[in-house]
Write a protein that binds this ligand. Structure first.
Ligand code: BTN
Length: 282
């Protein structure tokens, strides 16, 4: 009997998934009608199912897809989150989207790209909420509505130095989900759930808004550098002034520095944290 590697089985599953019908509320022509972006989503692939849209977009970019090419999927079999976590979403309810870009910035300032994308996601969510509520961003990549996570950002790069490959911007946005596993119930929300009523958010509109707002912040970052992004982020920084932990480090979250690092005032003085998961200290 022939044996197949996990990669081969995944590739086959992706090919079969291409035959599945696209969810009607994500029809590409509806999304395009509402797009206000110049590049993001102008080339767009909508899939019923895939393993990870980040992988799809990276492959497409390596094969010459235009900057701004986006892939959105209704279901991901192997959605990735930060720090090796998995990302799960509800079929028919949420958005899993990835965008390929080649931002003309110094590789040293790339950590700020995640923050710029987070600001774009926060702007899009505020537009969709349309009730004046402001989203907060939990450094470095979570977007919060009223203290609960509604979106996460995963920026992936390949290569290094001057040989940097395409940048993949992955966004998971909880749009219409209302049911959560027990461990997430107190920490997660969706746009529709946080609006309270029984209604649904139009996913095509949500995606068009997301692509438009994220492109605007990435363009601003490329044109003006990190200072404006970091200043805007500090205005919306979740847990600012509170005692937090990142791994074994504990301290008061002061702000985010222009490098994109979180600044913690600890018993040993001011510390810069470049990566990790920030939690409220108990
Ligand atoms: C996080 O909060 O940990 C980041 C979550 C990022 C999830 C998105 S969904 C679309 C894209 N494809 C992936 O496999 N991950 C990102």
């Amino acid at each position: 009997m022939a044996t197949h590697t996990e990669g081969e089985i995944d590739a086959l599953a992706d090919q079969l998934a291409e035959l599945l019908p696209i969810p009607r509320d994500l029809a590409p022509e509806r999304i395009r009608e509402m797009l206000g972006s110049r590049r993001y989503g102008r080339s767009l692939s909508v899939l019923a199912e895939t393993s990870s849209t980040n992988d799809d977009v990276r492959r497409a970019a390596e094969q010459g897809a235009a900057a701004g090419h986006a892939v959105v999927a209704d279901v991901q079999r192997a959605g990735r989150g930060q720090r090796g976590r998995t990302w799960s979403s509800t079929p028919g309810a949420d958005l899993c989207v990835s965008i390929a870009d080649r931002p003309a910035v110094d590789p040293e300032v790339l950590p700020v790209l995640t923050l710029a994308v987070g600001l774009g996601v926060a702007d899009a969510v505020e537009t969709l909420l349309a009730d004046g509520r402001r989203c907060r961003i939990k450094w470095p990549n979570d977007v919060w509505i009223d203290g609960r996570k509604c979106a996460g950002v995963l920026v992936e790069t390949s290569g290094s130095g001057n040989r940097l490959g395409p940048v993949v911007i992955g966004i998971g946005l909880n749009v219409n989900r209302r049911e959560w596993p027990a461990e997430l119930r107190a920490r997660a929300t969706s746009i529709a759930e946080s609006l309270g009523a029984e209604g649904r958010i139009d996913r095509a509109r949500a995606l068009a808004q997301l692509l438009t707002s994220v492109e605007a912040w990435v363009d601003r970052f490329v044109a003006q550098g990190p200072a404006g992004v970091v200043a805007a982020l500090n205005q919306r920084l979740a847990l600012a002034g509170e005692q937090v932990t990142v791994g074994d480090l504990r301290g008061r979250l002061v702000a985010v520095a222009e490098s994109g690092a979180a600044l913690l005032e600890t018993d040993q003085g001011l510390r810069q944290v470049v990566s990790g998961s920030l939690e409220r200290a108990c």
